[in-house]
Design a protein around this ligand. Structure first.
Ligand code: ATP
Ligand code: MG
Length: 870
């Protein structure tokens, strides 16, 4: 069975059991403060498990792109070393929201595996939660009995909380689970060692393929469990592992999911997969990581130096480093795998195909700069080694290399051992832990449980139509972070506050409380499909009816910038071409930022055209046409632009200004005229093939021009010319050049005059010529003059003194032969004389200088020098 058939059969099977098939949510999560990447199929349904809203469908099945590289589920260090953990993988899943429970979930899983996929029953093992004293939970007898009816008891394994109790995070919905494991070993091996003992023992051929989770509890902030009113089923089956089991191979990498990529890795490296265990690991790392990186970029997450972008950067770097060290590729190569990935997966994932060129460019550039970092790191490491006493290299130093330059620690270890050194690993670990706890405590959020005030009704967003509304508090909770201190999160029955999303910042404002107090709302965000308001304190009486008021001035500015962003997007596609894809946007009250794919720097002319295009739309006074509920199909037919990596429901909202139509949940002006004016303030690159424009509208444009005008007035005033300032500046510059030339000529004259003067004044002593003299030169000129005289006069001793900008300078020149024969040292001499000018100096035996803060002592120094050489 091919992998595509395996996927189709899964979905068809559950469709046959009345499940609605939904698309995969994006892998990169943008609007959830608690999660960076989708790490399980259930993520996109979190709000249903939490009871914040009700699923339209009681039964759902899908395949979900998952990434397990951070947070609670992090498999990164396993990947490549074993044959069945990936960074990015597909999770096949079926769900019941308050509908069927353990009985059906278990029976259907068994039916699918053994009857549809025809896996040999004898090679399957199942596990059941044994209970936990700490949580006061007993054996999951219900599941045990259900399994016992279909599987012999010696293939039912009891598992502890670690393996058989699934939790999304520290708090929230959770429950016991039953895993299904498959034993892929040969009959001979099976007869020697029974499979039951190998389950959950990290055996590469006895692996977990499916986890059936029975969500029936909620974990509270204090760690206690409470029973949920509704029980849910959440299952996840690793697609690549299932393919391994069904295609009769012993590694995920031997399935048709990975084979084409591995073949290409072989082509590029000239290595043969399967001939050297260390190289095999590297090849698996490369084949795995290219998927994670390419899919993330397709989802709109570029590598960067913080947050989700940094995680992606680290994955890519891990692959480059394995290639660098074990496959000996020292030039960009990962980008060359994009083609085969697209050829193979582009049909199922069109976002890959559409953005193939961008993905290639971004990866190539990223590889290129990391390889440069590696080179630099190698030089720095050499320096560290040179300074090392003994044979052990300081862990703190290695950590600095890792932390500041991104130089990988295992590469450091490897190089050190090649050179006969060892690494102080404990020191490195210590430095690493210290940094981790520093950054963790800065970002850690402690959350109390939600306190319910009113438990009725779903939340309503009123903010498209009004900025003020009577609201009731449904629930609140206290949170505390290092950065912000204690805050309260408030959820109302309805709200005019826009929660951060789609690039637009969250609203600020306040609550009017009946007794006349106000509670300030500092920010608004969406979490699990609820609008959460952040406040420093709580209203005194929680049951009061409150008036929620959005800061109207901020909101108006934000709306202008958001509408202008749409016009800018349209303008860029018009002026540059339809290859322009939005790659990110940030809409604030003061400015807007728009990132987009385009391969070259925009010319002045293009920028002008884009600005003109937007300003024309503003002057045309185009009214907003908003459609709050339209089917996705209908919207696409109208030509609406949807963004990659964005999650859309079946019903969407469209925002139209003339020919600009976008799917958008943001707030907008009623008419483009309200934007008043649009101005681009900067354009530049943020990654290979990705540009960023920053722009302003309305008041900010006026302020911008006012500031520029102020500068111009200032310039004119300083130029004291009423005419064209450009002409005046040109004149000034010309005059300046002329004057510089004159000064240079004058100084030359002066120096040559001085030189002949000095020559006349030289005192001829028995075997050398001597002069000490005060001159009016700077340090550079003194040196030049001394060396020139040294060229022309033999056996010269010359001490010059000068006062420059209130400081004293001395320079001492002694012909080399003279210094040698007399044993004089100019350095020592100026050091000695330094005391007269309250300073010090030094240099070489034949030339040295000193500086001091007491010019009054120059004369004395010039006199006293004779005592030093006689
Ligand atoms: P394991 O113990 O093997 O790491 P898990 O307990 O972390 O698995 P779950 O969180 O229950 O796995 O995920 C459900 C299914 O997803 C697993 O049964 C497995 O088939 C698959 N899976 C989990 N992690 C990975 C991964 N890193 N790569 C590929 N498949 C995975
Ligand atoms: Mg795991």
């Amino acid at each position: 069975m091919t992998s595509s058939e395996i996927r189709e059969n899964f979905l068809a099977f559950f469709k046959g059991k009345d499940h609605t098939i939904v698309p995969s949510a994006p892998m990169v999560i943008k609007d959830d403060p608690t999660l960076m990447f989708t790490n399980a199929g259930m993520n996109q349904f979190k709000e249903y498990f939490l009871g914040n809203s009700k699923s339209k469908y009681p039964r759902i099945a899908d395949t979900q792109k998952c990434l397990r590289v951070s947070g609670k589920h992090n498999d990164l260090e396993e990947v490549g070393k074993d044959t069945y953990h990936h960074t990015m993988f597909e999770m096949l899943g079926n769900w019941s929201f308050g509908d069927y429970f353990k009985k059906e979930a278990i029976a259907w899983a068994w039916e699918l595996l053994t009857e549809v996929y025809k896996i040999d029953k004898d090679s399957l093992y199942v596990s059941v939660f044994e209970g936990s004293e700490e949580d006061e939970l007993e054996l999951d007898k219900e599941a045990y009995d259900l399994w016992k009816a279909i599987v012999p008891e010696d293939r039912i394994i009891l598992g502890s909380k670690k393996d058989n109790f699934w939790e999304m995070g520290d708090q929230g919905p959770c429950g016991p689970c039953s895993e299904i494991h498959v034993d892929l070993r040969s009959a001979e091996e099976k007869s020697k060692v029974p499979g039951a003992g190998l389950v959950n023992q990290d055996h590469p051929e006895v692996v977990e393929i499916w986890n059936l989770v029975f969500i029936q509890y909620n974990r509270k902030a204090d760690g206690r469990l409470e029973s949920l009113p509704e029980k849910h089923v959440d299952t996840g089956m690793g697609f690549e592992r299932l393919c391994m089991a069904l295609q009769g191979v012993k590694s995920n990498y031997d399935t048709d999911v990975f084979q084409p990529i591995l073949k290409e890795v072989e082509n590029i490296t000239g290595e043969h997969y399967g001939s050297d265990p260390q190289k095999d690991i590297a090849m698996r790392v490369v084949a795995d990581h290219i998927r994670a990186v390419a899919f993330s970029i397709a989802d709109g997450q570029l590598p960067s130096n913080n947050g989700a972008g940094y995680v992606i950067r680290r994955i890519l770097r891990r692959a480059v480093r394995y290639g660098f060290t074990f496959l000996e590729i020292h030039e960009p190569f990962m980008y060359r795998l994009v083609k085969v990935l697209v050829a193979h997966m582009g049909a199922a994932f069109p976002e890959l195909k559409k953005q193939a060129v961008l993905i290639e460019n971004v990866i190539r550039e990223e590889e290129h700069s990391f390889l440069k970092t590696l080179e630099q790191g190698l030089i720095l490491l050499d320096e560290v080694i040179a300074k090392t006493k003994g044979k052990e290299v300081d862990g703190q130093k290695a950590f600095e290399l890792y932390d500041t330059f991104g130089f990988p620690i295992d590469l450091t270890s490897l190089i050190l051992s090649e050179k006969g050194y060892t690494l102080d690993e404990a020191g490195f670990e210590k430095a690493m832990q210290e940094q981790k706890s520093r950054s963790r405590s800065a970002s850690e959020v402690a959350k109390d449980d939600w306190q319910v005030v009113h438990s009725d009704g779903e939340q309503e967003f009123l903010g498209y139509d009004q900025l003020r509304a009577e609201v009731r508090l449904l629930k609140y909770r206290k949170i505390s972070t290092k950065k912000e201190g204690t805050q309260f999160q408030l959820v109302f029955d309805k709200t005019p506050f826009y929660p951060e999303g789609g690039g637009q910042v969250g609203d600020k404002g306040y609550l009017e409380v009946p007794n006349g107090d106000v509670v300030y709302i500092l920010d608004t965000k969406k979490e699990n499909n609820e609008i959460v308001h952040y406040a420093k304190n709580l209203p005194k009486h929680l049951n009061d009816s409150l008036t929620a008021v959005v800061d109207a001035e901020l909101r108006v500015k934000i709306a202008r910038n958001h509408s202008a962003t749409h016009l800018l997007h349209q303008a860029l596609r018009q002026v540059l071409g339809s290859h322009v894809e939005q790659k990110g946007s940030a809409v604030h009250a003061g400015h807007l930022r728009f990132d987009f794919s385009h391969f070259a720097k925009m010319s002045r002319e293009e920028l002008d055209k884009v600005e003109d295009f937007v300003n024309e739309r503003i002057h045309e006074q185009i009214p907003l046409q908003e459609n709050r509920r339209v089917s996705m199909k209908e919207a696409m037919k109208e030509g609406a632009i949807a963004l990659f990596g964005e999650k859309y429901g079946e019903q969407v909202r469209t925002i139209r200004f003339g020919d600009s139509i976008e799917l958008c949940g943001g707030t907008h002006v009623q008419n483009t005229a309200e934007i008043w004016h649009f101005k681009i303030v900067s354009e530049g690159a943020i990654a290979a093939g990705v540009r960023r424009i920053e722009a302003i509208t309305s008041d900010a444009v006026r302020e911008y021009f006012q500031e520029k005008e102020g500068q111009l007035d200032e310039i004119k005033a300083r130029l004291k010319s009423s005419g064209d300032p450009v002409k005046a500046i040109e004149n000034l510059m010309e005059e300046n050049t002329q004057l510089k030339k004159e000064i240079e000529a004058l100084q030359k004259d002066k120096a040559s005059g001085l030189k002949s003067e000095i020559k006349k004044e030289l005192e001829s002593l028995a075997d050398y010529k001597f002069l000490s003299k005060e001159v009016d030169l700077d340090a550079g000129a003194m040196k030049d003059l001394s060396f020139e005289l040294g060229q022309e006069e033999e056996n010269l001793f010359l001490l010059l003194g000068a006062e420059k900008d209130g400081k004293a300078l001395l320079s001492c020149y002694i012909s080399k032969d003279l210094a040698a024969s007399k044993g004089w040292n100019a350095g020592q001499i100026v050091r000695e004389l330094g005391k007269y000018i309250q300073g010090g100096g030094g240099g070489q035996p034949f030339f040295a200088t000193a500086g001091g803060k007491h010019p009054g002592g120059i004369k004395e120094a010039l006199e006293k020098v004779r005592t030093l050489i006689s």
